[in-house]
Design a protein around this ligand. Structure first.
Ligand code: ADP
Ligand code: MG
Length: 449
């Protein structure tokens, strides 16, 4: 068997060379060494940890296929680090589990595993994310980098990671020969520091510079980490100079990233900067409807509307709330209703109660009654400005946790008794004048949303 095994390996090497080209073959595949075969598994050695990881992500699946085509008793391929050739092999190398091949999704130490749920088709597009979505699609479909880098930014849980995974899935499906590497900035830093420690930086550089598409998620993480930033800058430049696509995400725009060097900030903004805005009610409802459909559960539209209305912080929380409602209903065997949804979610709902500020109230009320904002603080007592001012005081009492004296101070330094009087007056008017009551109610709802 051993004889024919090396013969098979020769043939496989020939195939790899033909399939991946001379350069890639020489850098990554030629240095691999066949160690042996036992229990249905072929063992192959790579000279360094980086090469092992790289070969595993980029060529692992194909290697397994080729072996299996040669020899149907083979169930998988194990790539190990060749300790023989490493004089000062780090002790952990021996204890690191060797991952099996044959599975494209094998978790490796370099790239992160792609979440199968995070695809373009599962991404709901709305006003707040349409630019980011269009840019991501464009990059995923393009032959050559249409803008470089693509910089996606926005608050937590608004879909940055989702879009990056979606790009990776799309490329993997349509052009599997392209080398896509997705990882968090944190992991990038971790790899870099380890490479420094093991004096493996040459392999590190080679590894990152050999990719066609590099995605670094949450780049704000390396802000303030100088040496990592430096290395990232070089990697970044090398890739962009070769016109290899780089995609970056962060929680802020390049300019607003604190602890980032100026040259880095400016370089990050060279391509297309696309921001994802906070969700709108329509987008939240769309996401909930699609999730409910995915879960295959009929949920009353009223409940979905209620969630979309109340959980405004981000999509992750929104999904969490929906999952909780569904899990609860299943667990206790009760139908999903508005009442029990409210009950199950009371803590989340409280946290999502929007904090309205007195300033916002003043602005909104002034707009509504078509008076100048300055009248909120002025001493004028004409009814046309005094009544709106009282409404604003009343709403400040209802919608904020501020005390009467605090509210008075915000209205041009008025006394707390003035605020109290305003609250009473508005209450009285609300009970006698239906139109007025509706007006105030409308304002309250606008402010709460
Ligand atoms: P970020 O990386 O911006 O913090 P994620 O991409 O991790 O956010 O998104 C958080 C969760 O919300 C994920 O489960 C993701 O699938 C979901 N999500 C965010 N935006 C959308 C969207 N537009 N359509 C569908 N799901 C979304
Ligand atoms: Mg993310």
């Amino acid at each position: 068997m051993a004889d024919s095994l090396s013969g098979q390996w020769k043939r496989i090497q020939g195939r790899l060379q033909a399939e991946y080209g001379e350069a890639a073959y020489r850098s990554w595949l030629k240095p691999l060494e066949l160690l042996g075969y036992s229990d249905g598994r072929v063992r192959i050695a790579a000279p360094t940890r980086f090469m092992r990881d790289w070969v595993e992500t980029q060529y692992g699946g194909r290697l397994t296929q080729l072996w299996q085509a040669q020899n149907d008793t083979i169930s998988g391929v194990d790539i190990v680090i060749d300790l023989e050739h490493r004089v000062a092999a780090p002790p952990i190398a021996e204890t690191v589990p060797v991952l099996a091949h044959g599975n494209e999704n094998v978790a490796t130490e370099i790239g992160a595993r792609l979440d199968p749920r995070l695809t373009f088709s599962n991404f709901i597009v709305g006003k707040p994310n349409e630019l980011a979505f269009a840019a991501a699609r464009r990059v995923a479909e393009a032959e050559t980098a249409p803008f470089n880098p693509l910089f996606l930014y926005g608050g937590v849980g608004l879909g940055k990671t989702h879009l990056m995974h979606a790009i990776a899935w799309h490329i993997r499906e349509t052009r599997p020969e392209r080398r896509v590497l997705y990882l968090s900035a944190e992991k990038f830093m971790y790899q870099f520091i380890r490479a420094l420690r093991y004096k493996d930086t040459v392999a590190f550089k080679e590894l990152f510079r050999a990719v066609d598409i590099l995605m670094i998620d949450d780049v704000q993480f390396i802000a303030g980490k100088d040496s990592t930033q430096e290395e990232f800058f070089h990697t970044f430049n090398a890739l962009v100079d070769q016109n290899h696509q780089v995609i970056i995400s962060a929680d802020k725009s390049p300019n607003d990233l604190e602890g980032m060097e100026d040259r880095m900030k400016s370089r990050l903004g060279w391509g297309l900067v696309a921001d994802i805005h906070p969700t709108t009610y329509e987008l939240r409802l769309g996401i909930l409807q699609s999730r409910a459909e995915q879960l295959g559960i009929a949920i009353p539209e009223k409940v979905l509307e209620f969630l979309a209305h109340k959980i405004t912080s981000n999509v992750r929380e929104l999904e969490g709330a929906l999952n909780r409602v569904v899990a609860y209903a299943k667990l206790v065997g009760r139908p999903i209703t508005l009442e029990n949804s409210q009950e199950v979610l009371h803590d989340i709902l409280r946290a999502n109660d929007r904090r309205v500020t007195i300033e916002e109230i003043q602005k909104r009320v002034a707009e509504h009654y078509n008076i100048r904002l300055a009248e909120m603080y002025s001493a004028r007592r004409a009814r046309a400005v005094a009544r709106p001012r009282q409404v604003a005081m009343y709403l400040s009492k209802q919608l904020t946790a501020r005390s009467l004296p605090e509210i008075g101070r915000k209205f041009g330094g008025r006394d707390h008794t003035t605020v109290m009087h305003a609250v009473r007056k508005i209450d009285e008017l609300r009970s006698t004048d239906r139109h007025f009551a509706e007006d105030v109610e409308l304002l309250r709802r606008m402010l709460e949303n």
